[in-house]
Design a protein around this ligand. Structure first.
Ligand code: WT7
Length: 659
């Protein structure tokens, strides 16, 4: 493990909740927050048991709450049975909200389509019945490779309705990445679309599926269900491919939800680890849904008239928990957006908030930073030009939000009236972990404040001992919680090794460095491993290195991140070629080729920003690449660190050209 670092950040501004934020809030005031924390502290099982009975509809009630006997393979509510889709849809049909709008979908070109809970339920049932007619059911696994759409959400819900475990693959990933996930998860069904529309352009999706299935192991997929989005011509395999609209047309609007055990895997979502191939993070049904629903109610303070908009894609965990599951379970109306924040111009988000009267807006710091820049460049896209008076709450997720961006967001988007919930969590945690409660927590710009009730977070040293406030250390969660990762799909050893290192006393290790200030507020300082955070998306340095080395001209590569004002981090690749080190136009052409290569191997988001060619990489005498030194070079700074462990200290001088 790497050594811990101490932050020098000082932020004194405090924003207590306004009276409007406290009145009628799910958790009104710090005393209510503390009461929940105390209840959880006194009797953790009783606390979670109470919430699970109150907030979920069970087909078979549970009698056991937490089983720790096979730690860290914890189980929750194990003998209970329920259906996730029933809890997200059917419950609202029966409590008078059938005609409430579930989703307001805005397409890339601005076309709007709304769907009520009743109609969404019917669509989910038709898709589920269609899946049944093709022979799919509980225990099967499906890959979902779809654009942001009502269909993507309906498809996830249809899987949940049948007990089919889904794995959503972000539409920006390449056919290689898709192939890897299909094989690893053992999918027999794939959902896709002919194309997706983003920024005024169609981007084909079906060809990537065809290519992935032609690869080794791809033949386990029996059916590909295709959503017709753009009408583009697609290659067709009559025995395998099925149009979604044709499949749905023949089906009934009623599909009995299949009761599954609490621990039944609802989904597997791949995320980058520090080494090797992406990890399939396996989530449960009951525990996951409980926390998805509760945090939607607590942190977003779901209120009956709300219009909620989370700008994430369903390909990431944020889109799972706060688009497809938690916010639906909480009965919210939500905006779903197909396009990009800068098309037709950088005012798109603000225009959509105005048009749909969004009251709760949840986005990422990288989007905020790029819109700040855009608003400076073209004042017409400044949020102050729009009527954003419908907003009452703002949220941030994915990476630390720098205090200046926080203040801009607060003043210009929230007009100084809306609390900002900076939510720290991970694919593995299932839902928010460190986050303010908008009607209770006094906010400090840049801090994700405190642990939510029931979450026993802490900061520890290498030996798992608590670190005093004001010092940096490993962010851990000391006790299990219902929505935690259950396993790495097909690799229990990796699950244990990655998240429960023996020296940390069995605590869940998040992989982030953090510290608490003298008031106990949490400040996230970044990853402890070589996982990169690009626009709030996690990418493994090793994944990109492996892709580069797979290129025929490349001998060796090391990838690090350097700070970037907009994307958080930018990827810098140090590349050693098999032949001579190129310079000038030749180096430029090769850098372009390598970027495209990485885009096709991993996906466009993994393209290195800078490529630096050299003759050899800085290594220790035992042959370990010293990425911490490359990080300094990547930032364009002088290396002043100790280089005595380097085999050849002159090695750092060679990477001067940036391509
Ligand atoms: C990593 C998890 C959680 C959904 C999106 C990312 C970083 C996330 C924050 C935040 C500072 C944050 C952490 C974490 N992160 N939210 N509010 N403040 N850092 O999910 O891809 O699993 O990435 O994102 O480093 O470990 P993910």
């Amino acid at each position: 493990m790497s050594s811990t670092i101490d932050s020098i950040l000082v932020e004194d501004r405090v924003f207590p909740p306004s009276r409007a934020a406290v009145e009628g809030a799910a958790v009104p005031g710090m005393a209510s927050y503390k009461a929940l924390c105390d209840e959880a502290e006194r009797d953790p099982e009783g606390f979670w048991g109470r919430l699970a009975s109150e907030h979920l509809r069970w087909r078979k009630p549970f009698t056991r709450i937490l089983d720790e006997s096979r730690a860290p393979f914890y189980t929750w509510f194990e003998d209970g049975e329920l259906n996730v889709s029933e809890n997200c849809l059917d419950v609202h049909l029966e409590n008078g909200n059938a005609d409430k709008t579930a989703i307001i979908f805005e397409a890339d070109d601005g076309t709007v389509e709304s769907i009520s809970y009743r109609r969404l339920h019917a669509r989910v049932c038709r898709i589920a019945n269609g899946m049944k007619s093709l022979g799919y059911g509980k225990g099967d696994r499906a890959i979902i490779y779809l654009p942001m759409s009502i269909e993507a959400i309906a498809t996830m819900q249809a899987c949940a309705r049948l007990g089919v475990t889904h794995s959503v693959v972000f539409g920006g990933f390449s056919s290689r990445s898709l192939h890897q996930r299909i094989v690893d998860v053992g999918a027999t069904l794939v959902f896709t679309a002919d194309a997706q529309l983003r920024g005024g352009r169609p981007i084909a999706l079906k060809p990537a599926v065809d290519e992935a299935l032609a690869g080794e192991g791809g033949e386990i997929v029996r059916k590909v269900i295709v959503y017709k989005r753009s009408g583009a011509d697609v290659a067709w395999d009559d025995g395998r491919d099925v149009w979604l609209h044709e499949l749905e047309a023949a089906q009934s609007d009623i599909c009995e939800p299949v009761a599954v055990e609490s621990e039944h895997p609802l989904f597997i979502l791949y995320t980058s680890g520090s080494t090797g191939k992406p990890k399939g993070v396996q989530h449960s049904s009951a525990g996951y849904l409980l926390w998805a629903s509760l945090t939607s109610q607590w942190v977003f303070d779901a209120r009956p008239g709300d219009v909620f908009w989370c700008t994430a894609d369903v390909g990431w965990v944020t889109g799972h928990t706060y688009i497809a599951y938690g916010t639906l379970a909480a009965g919210m109306t939500q905006v779903v957006f197909e396009g990009v924040p800068t098309y037709p111009d950088a005012g798109r988000f603000w225009e959509m908030i105005q048009r749909h009267k969004v009251s709760v807006f949840y986005t990422a710091p990288t989007a905020i930073r790029s819109l700040i820049k855009a608003a400076q460049a073209s004042p017409d896209t400044h949020p102050r030009r729009y009527d954003l008076s419908s907003l009452r709450l703002l949220g941030s997720v994915g990476e630390p939000i720098n205090p200046e961006a926080w203040i801009w967001y607060y003043n210009n988007v929230g007009n100084g009236r809306c609390p900002i919930v900076d939510t720290w969590w991970q694919t593995e945690t299932g839902g928010h972990i460190l986050a303010p409660l908008p009607g209770a927590t006094p906010l400090k710009p840049g801090s994700c404040t405190f642990a939510l009730p029931g979450i026993s977070a802490g900061i520890v040293n290498e030996a798992g001992e608590d670190i005093p406030n004001g010092r940096g250390g490993y962010l851990v969660i000391k006790r299990p919680w219902p929505a935690m990762i259950r396993n790495v799909w097909g690799d229990s050893k990796r699950f244990k090794d990655s998240y429960f290192p023996p020296e940390l006393k069995g605590y869940y290790m998040a992989g982030d460095n953090a510290q608490r200030d003298s008031d106990g507020y949490y400040w996230i300082m970044g990853r402890t491993d070589d996982v990169l955070s690009i626009s709030g998306h996690r990418l493994g340095g090793t994944e990109i290195e492996s892709a580069l080395v797979a290129h025929e001209l490349v001998a060796e590569a090391a990838v690090v991140g350097r700070p970037d004002a907009t994307t958080g981090e930018a990827i810098v690749a140090f590349v050693i070629l098999k032949g001579r080190t190129p310079e000038g136009p030749q180096a430029e052409a090769l850098a372009r080729e390598l970027r495209d290569w990485v885009a096709s191997e991993v996906g466009p988001i993994a393209k290195p920003r800078d490529i630096r060619f050299g003759n050899n990489l800085p290594k220790t005498r035992s042959g370990k690449i010293l990425r911490r030194l490359l990080r300094v070079v990547a930032e364009g700074q002088e290396v002043t660190q100790d280089v005595s462990t380097l085999e050849n200290p002159d090695v750092l001088k060679q990477f001067s050209g940036v391509y």
